[in-house]
Design a binder for this molecule. Structure first.
Ligand SMILES: *Cc1c(COP(=O)(O)O)cnc(C)c1O
Length: 456
């Protein structure tokens, strides 16, 4: 057999027409989202200042299939179906008996999976008559994706970007501005939440939690403005399931079946995207495909966090969601995988973890970059710092097969390319990249401060 990379491209007319909603197949419903003031489950009207109704209905839906609107499918065609590759050259380099496949989401205009949800959210907001969107961004991937989607649908986009990334990634900001969005370093003086943080710590490097507070605060102030979130929420995970549905069809074309499906997990959306359709199949058909979420050891939400009600942001403006969390006050160290620096995890991914439907593992950043360089030299694609976590896990699974003399199929989601993150690679080659430790005492303090909720 050839040792060249094999590419499986679905024809355009095989783009799924429906998103898959895992809530329909879960053996136990996830805990309700609670209003922080009343402790009662939030209703659609509580969320109306933030999101258009169509998005709110998706957030609480238990329908198995939700139709992808025609205009959204038309835009998806610019880069979807995304390719699935068999990594033969990587397999050869590893000398493994495993078969390694990866789904490549870096082919989108902004270079990651995020436009899958950004385009859908911008569409529903435009349909609802919204004129302006606010959002936060960590490494800048989500900001770029929403800026791109906002431009398509004629929406103004204001983006609060975590300060450490704003300074580290000037080209991400340039891309957001190229798409016509406004990008503000967070914490900023524009909002009460930002000013409160700066008063305590004028040198604050920001966090996703702070930036979310700023974006939410700005959204609720104006009638024509709503808020868009790039991960964590049910509707975002829903929009990403196009990844896993395409991957299933492509694995069929490859005449193979994954034994394990891997994704990196920050807020959980790209992992949900590739894993949820497989979870559904496991539940409906009794299959036993393993699902593995991979996170940074410096921000280990699924592997070290608590499954409890918590806020999504530091200013406690969001509703309370039951999820794996490190505590809304937890400030992760400034690792290069900025998209994985979030204290919480998607409630649906958390619930799946709680039910034992998925596994989780964490890695330090040096071992992830080692794997990414090995991958790039074999396959030619440079992974985003976030995606390096999935690459590390896939290589480790392949090496385990080699040691055991077994032959398994490994599928991972390569959530994005690293072309805007080459400074991280430069630092790695210069020996300047270090493994980062979070402060155990601060984590304990943050977990001790979790809100107490009557419903628990
Ligand atoms: C944002 C991002 C992530 C992390 O977000 P999830 O919601 O966990 O997917 C992972 N990979 C890339 C390339 C990203 O841009």
């Amino acid at each position: 057999m050839s040792d060249e990379t094999v590419k499986y491209l679905l024809p355009e007319d095989r783009i799924p027409k429906f998103w898959y909603n895992v809530a329909a197949d879960l053996p136990e419903a996830p805990a309700p989202v609670l209003h922080p003031a009343t402790g009662k489950p939030v209703g659609p009207s509580d969320l109306e200042p933030l999101f258009p109704m169509e998005v709110i209905l998706q957030e609480v839906s238990t329908e198995r299939e939700i139709e992808i609107p025609e205009p959204v499918r038309e835009i998806y065609k610019q880069w979807r179906p995304s390719p699935l590759f068999r990594a033969r050259r990587l397999e050869k380099a590893l000398g493994t008996t495993a078969r390694i496949y990866y789904k490549y989401e870096g082919v989108s205009p902004s270079g990651s999976h995020k436009p899958n949800s950004a385009v859908a959210q911008a569409f529903y907001n435009q349909q609802a008559g919204v004129k302006r969107l606010t959002t936060e961004t960590g490494a800048g991937q989500w900001g770029c994706s929403l800026a791109y989607a906002g431009q398509i649908f004629g929406l103004e986009v204001d983006i609060y970007m975590v300060k450490v990334s704003y300074d580290q990634k000037p080209y991400r900001r340039a891309l957001m501005e190229t798409y016509g969005a406004r990008c503000v370093p967070s914490p900023s003086m524009e909002t009460a939440s930002g000013r409160a943080v700066l008063e305590k710590d004028p040198n604050s490097r920001g966090s996703l939690g702070i930036a979310i507070s700023e974006a939410v605060e700005m959204a609720v102030q104006r009638e024509d403005t709503k808020y868009a979130l790039g991960s964590v929420l049910n509707h975002v995970c829903l929009h990403q399931t196009i990844i896993g549905q395409e991957a299933m069809a492509q694995m069929e074309m490859a005449n193979d079946e994954p034994d394990v499906v891997i994704g990196c997990a920050g807020g959980g959306s790209n992992f949900a995207g590739i894993a949820f359709p497989y979870i559904g199949r496991n539940l409906r058909e009794g299959k036993k495909t393993r699902l593995l979420a991979v996170e940074p050891a410096a921000c280990p939400t699924l592997t070290r966090g608590k499954f409890a009600y918590d806020f999504g942001d530091i200013a406690h403006l969001t509703p309370l969601a039951k999820m794996f969390t490190l505590g809304a006050d937890f400030m992760p160290p400034g690792l290069h995988a900025g998209g994985l620096r979030y204290h919480g995890m998607s409630p649906l991914v958390s619930h799946a973890m709680h039910l034992g439907l998925i596994e989780a593992r964490s890695y330090q950043q040096l071992e992830c970059f080692e794997a990414a360089v090995q991958f790039a030299r074999a396959e030619g694609i440079v992974p985003a710092p976030e995606s390096t976590h999935a690459v590390r896990a896939a290589i480790d699974e392949a090496l385990k097969c080699k040691a055991e003399g077994t032959s398994k199929a490994i599928l991972f989601n390569l959530s994005g390319h690293g072309h805007f993150d080459m400074q991280a690679y430069t630092d790695f080659f210069a020996g300047k990249l270090e493994d980062l430790q979070y402060d155990e005492a601060l984590l304990k303090e943050s977990l001790d401060n979790l809100p107490t909720v009557a419903a628990e």
